[in-house]
Design a protein around this ligand. Structure first.
Ligand code: GLU
Length: 493
C-alpha cells in the first residue's frame, strides 16, 4: 500500500519550528517512498484559528520547498462526519451519553495537571452515566437534556502500538479517561476528529511530535472501536530550549517561529537542511545535504529518541539562533551556486534600498564578483546589506572597535592614508595586483609596515576590521571610491 502521510497543524498562531520539522519529516518520508504528503488544517478551535495563521503555514511550507499533494483539507469541514462517527459509536454501545450538568463538567479535554487527571480518571470510571440503561439514556436525550458523548474505555486491559521511533508502547486502560468525543454543544473534539480524518484520508503513517504520545493511546482505542486499521506511528523527539524547557514563543520570542528565519536572512534550503538534523542523523555524519540527498538518505529508523536542544543565546545578537543553524546557513551562502544566491542578495539589497538596476545590466559581472568575494564570511543574507553595505553604498557606518584598533591608535595614519590615496590615484590599470604593488611600495617609502596600511585601508573603505583581502576590496570598489574613502575624514572626526 502506498504511503500516505499528513501534516496537520492547528492554525492558531505562527508556524513553530517544531511543527515545521514535523512537516519536513512527513514530506521527506512521502518523497522517499513515492507516497503522498497531505496537508490538513486543524481549524476546529474556532476561537483561536485564524486565516492569517493558515496563510503563514502555507507560506512557510512553500518557503521550505515542501509541496503537498491533493487538495488542502480543512478539518472544520469534516465536523458532520465526526459527529456521525460519535453517534454510531453511541449506537453500538461503544460510547455513552454523559448528562453531567455543565457546572460540574470538564469535557474540553483541557490539559490538567497530573493529580487532577488522576482524580478525573477515577471519577470517570465512576461516571454515573457510563452504565445508564440505553432506554434511560435515550429518554433523557429525547427530553432535551444536554449531554456530551464519551468513549467507553474498557475497565481492564491495555492499548499497544509499536512506535517506529520509541518502540513498543502500552498503557493500561485504567490510565485512560473515557474521552469526550462530542461536547454537549455537539462540537467534536481533537482525538475523534484526528482519527476520523486520518481514516478518511487513508493515512498510513502518523509522524508527529512526541508530545502527542498520550493522545496516540486514546486514538488507538478509537481506531479499534471504529473497527479501522491502526496506522503506523512515528513520534519525533522534542526540540527543547537551551535550559531543556519547552521552546515557546511566549518565553523565547521570534526565534521559534519559522517566518523569523525567512525574515532574518536564511536561505530556505539551508534552514530545511538544519531542520532535518533536529532529531535525524544522516548516514556517515554528512551534515550538509541537498533536497535530493535528504530524500535519498532519510529514513524513519534514522530518527533518534533524544530530544534535540535548540541552542541560542538570547542576549547575543550575533548568536540569536542555534549556532548550527547559523553555521549551516553560512555554508550554504559560501558554497551555493552563485546564480542561486544572486537573486536572494538582490532581494535583500532591494529591501534596504541598496539595489541598483545596473547590477542586473552593465554591472552584472561586478555584482556577481562582489557577492562572491564578500559571501565567504557571511552568516545570513542580512549580512549583505549590513556588514556588506559599504560595497553597495558610500553611506555606511564605521565600527567603533575597528576605528579604534586600525586607525586611531596610530595618529600618523590619517596622513599616511591620504598619501596612499594620492599614490593609488596614479595607478593604471587599477586592480588587485597593481593596487597591492602600489601599497607595498608606498609602505616602503614611508618606512611603515604594509599591514598597518592594509588594516587602516580596510577600515576606511568598509568600516570594518575584518573582510576579504584588501587588494580584492580595492579592486571591487574601484579607484575612485577607494581613493575618496581613503581621503575621507569621517572616521577620524
Ligand atoms: N493539530 C495538532 C497539533 O497541531 C496535530 C495533530 C496531529 O498531528 O495528529 O498539534
Amino acid at each position: 500500500m502506498s504511503v500516505r502521510v499528513r501534516f496537520a497543524p492547528s492554525p492558531t498562531g505562527y508556524l513553530h519550528i517544531g511543527a515545521a520539522r514535523s512537516a519536513l519529516f512527513n514530506w521527506l518520508y512521502a518523497r522517499k517512498t513515492g507516497g503522498q504528503f497531505l496537508l490538513r488544517i486543524e481549524d476546529t478551535d474556532l476561537q483561536r484559528s485564524t486565516d492569517e495563521s493558515t496563510r503563514s503555514i502555507i507560506e512557510g511550507l512553500e518557503w521550505l520547498g515542501l509541496d503537498y499533494d491533493e487538495d488542502l483539507v480543512f478539518q472544520s469541514a469534516n465536523a458532520p462526519k465526526h459527529r456521525a462517527a460519535a453517534l454510531s459509536l453511541l449506537e453500538e454501545g461503544k460510547a455513552y451519553r454523559d448528562f453531567t450538568p455543565k457546572e460540574q463538567r470538564n469535557d474540553n479535554n483541557v490539559k490538567e495537571d497530573i493529580a487532577e487527571r488522576a482524580r478525573t480518571q477515577t471519577d470517570q470510571r465512576r461516571n454515573p452515566y457510563r452504565d445508564l440503561s440505553k432506554q434511560e439514556s435515550d429518554d433523557r436525550a429525547a427530553a432535551g437534556e444536554p449531554f456530551a458523548i464519551r468513549l467507553k474505555v474498557a475497565v481492564s486491559g491495555q492499548t499497544h502500538f509499536a512506535d517506529i521511533v520509541y518502540g513498543p508502547q502500552e498503557r493500561g486502560y485504567s490510565e485512560i479517561e473515557d474521552l469526550v468525543l462530542l461536547r454537549s454543544d455537539s462540537h467534536p473534539l481533537y482525538n475523534l476528529s484526528v482519527v476520523i480524518d486520518d481514516i478518511e484520508m487513508g493515512i498510513t503513517h502518523v509522524i508527529r511530535g512526541q508530545d502527542h504520545l498520550t493522545n496516540t493511546h486514546k486514538q488507538v482505542l478509537l481506531y479499534e472501536a471504529l473497527g479501522a486499521e491502526v496506522p503506523q506511528f512515528a513520534h519525533l523527539p522534542l526540540i527543547l530550549a537551551p535550559n531543556k524547557g519547552k521552546l515557546s514563543k511566549r518565553k523565547h520570542g521570534e526565534v521559534v517561529s519559522l517566518t523569523t528565519y525567512r525574515d532574518r536572512g536564511f536561505v530556505p534550503a539551508a534552514f530545511r537542511n538544519f531542520l532535518a538534523l533536529l532529531g535525524w542523523s544522516p548516514p556517515e555524519g554528512k551534515e550538509l545535504l541537498s533536497k535530493e540527498e535528504l530524500v535519498q538518505y532519510f529514513s524513519l529508523e534514522g530518527i533518534g529518541r533524544a530530544n534535540a536542544i535548540f541552542n541560542f543565546h538570547e542576549n547575543d545578537p550575533r548568536r540569536w539562533t542555534d549556532d548550527k543553524a547559523l553555521w549551516v546557513n553560512s555554508e550554504y551562502i559560501r558554497t551555493m551556486p552563485l546564480d542561486e544566491l544572486l537573486p536572494m542578495v538582490r532581494a535583500e539589497l532591494r529591501a534596504n534600498k541598496l539595489w541598483r538596476e545596473e547590477y542586473d545590466d552593465e554591472d552584472r559581472e561586478w555584482f556577481s564578483k562582489t557577492v562572491d568575494l564578500i559571501r565567504q564570511r557571511y552568516f545570513t543574507l542580512k549580512d549583505f546589506s549590513e556588514q556588506g553595505r559599504a560595497y553597495f553604498s558610500d553611506d555606511f557606518d564605521f565600527e567603533e572597535a575597528a576605528v579604534a584598533k586600525n586607525l586611531r591608535k596610530e595618529p600618523r595614519l590619517r596622513e599616511l592614508l591620504r598619501g596612499l590615496a594620492d599614490k593609488l590615484e596614479t595607478v593604471e590599470p587599477f586592480n588587485v595586483e597593481t593596487s597591492e604593488a602600489a601599497l607595498r611600495a608606498f609602505a616602503d617609502e614611508a618606512g611603515v609596515k604594509a599591514g598597518l596600511l592594509i588594516n587602516g585601508s580596510r577600515t576606511m573603505l568598509t568600516g570594518q576590521a575584518v573582510g576579504p583581502s584588501m587588494f580584492e576590496i580595492f579592486d571591487v570598489l574601484g579607484k575612485e571610491a577607494s581613493v575618496n574613502r581613503l581621503r575621507s575624514g569621517v572616521p577620524w572626526s
